[in-house]
Design a protein around this ligand. Sequence first.
Ligand code: C2O
Ligand code: CU
Length: 554
Amino acid sequence: MGISRRDLLRWGMIVGGGLVIPDGLRSSLARASDLPSSPPTVPFLLELKPGQGIPPVAKKVTPFNTQADPGVCVNVDGSTAFHVSPPRVVPDNTEFFLIHQKPLSHSFHPQLPNNILWGYDGMIPGPTILAKSGTPQLVRFVNDLPVNDPVGIGEPISAIHRHGGFQAPEDDGYPLDTFCTGQSRDYFFPNKQPAGLLQNEHSTNWYHDHSIDATAQNVYRGLSGFYPYTNSLDTGDEGTGLRLPSNFYNGKSVGPFDIGLVFQDRQFNREGYLVYNTFDHDGFIGDKFCVNGLIQPYLRVQRRKYRFRFLNGSNARVYQFFLSTGQPFIAISTDSNLLPHPVSVESVHIAPAERVDVVIDFRNYQNHSEVFLVNRLQQTESRKPSGLVSPGTPILKFLVEGVDPVEDPSQVPSTLLPITEGPAQLLQQVKVQRRFKADRSNGAWTINNQLFDENRISARPRRGEPEIWIIESGGGWVHPFHVHLNEFFVLSRDGKTPPPLERGRKDTILFGGDTAREIKILVKFEEYTGRYVFHCHNVEHEDMRMMGQFQVEP
Ligand code: C2O
Ligand code: CU
């Protein structure tokens, strides 16, 4: 009666090796939150350092042929794969990359056995792909994931989405544009300013798996990485542009003073192996806190300014970070874009897929001081966080080293990236208002009472015409709402002005629960036409079809 493999997957009835579990078993299986706690681990044993949690920057490869028809190809590294992308011509200045998705043996913590994870180029997080505004990139991803994987977490299908990226529909990781083991696909990233506006320059994107029905498991198993940019202001060099803390000074390597930190919760069984319940579609909440794949690591820092790109890469958990010393964070960027001005905040609230770049100055701490990044937002179920607790859980220890402050040429200027076209300019042009209501029905997750259907388009915005979208929560759950293609402005939360870190551009925004019953956002889609998705970034909700499509019309 037309039940596809995808239907089975969606309802969690396929686990590793394609075994089908009868429906009646579903209710008797425990939720992740009911599982016994993970084994104890001593915090701050593992050092976060280049090669251990701080991934290398992906290396360019010799340009390869992108004009051949789909078929078996030999890659520049000698590997072969069945290439599925249609032929295409790319600009002459395009940089080329070749990334294999493959298993790796990973140590989350010295007290746990190694786990077999899946990583881009066999790394957790994946290699950092660094974009330069104005220089296009073509990334060929090869799927080398095992077909019969004994662990049972993840499906060896791939679609890669550069989250926050401005790219054509065919390069956006559309969830049904998947490719399988032994296949490869090219993604072309133009790295240009949407609408040619300086305010739209990007700073921090990330890339992750976006396969239909399998995103949550595949991301949990390890498939994500950073995709930062440099541009004329945020140059990646402390001697030029805004002179934000960087890894370079006048072209010379001095860092790492600009470090991506991805926060992910995980859960382990008594033997120390990763667990994941494919029958739980509410959203995974684990009891171990990882930073860049290491449980509660520490980071040596010098007495100077650092830029940290915080990314909540968790499936469903929300965090609120404080520094143990009470020092505020200087927030400089939210999601893809620098803020107009730096904002000093006591804490950083961050929902799945959100990014917040902060600067922390360690100049005034004594040699050997220990400063902890503490999560004080308690969350034991995926419905919503239960509120702030004290003292909370230290997630990362900064170990300050140096008898004296070091020379620090970096700055945080008072103007970062001004907004020249914001709600003030756009609101009077709005002709269309749409409403989306997020809800739950029969254990599945809906938008306007509908499950995702690739044959249905929920909205047809016109290119370049701003619209107001009202996103409403039907129940007590929080949902991080994400829109592909362009950033939006948050106009209000339950009619009120949003908090300071939601007044820049955003591509993901948390609503529902205690945050707001209804949010109003201002969207505007530029340049590309075609089909894109919007969805809940609680990735279990996303896989359970809390996703819709919009088609940008010319
Ligand atoms: Cu981070 Cu549609 O994804
Ligand atoms: Cu949701």
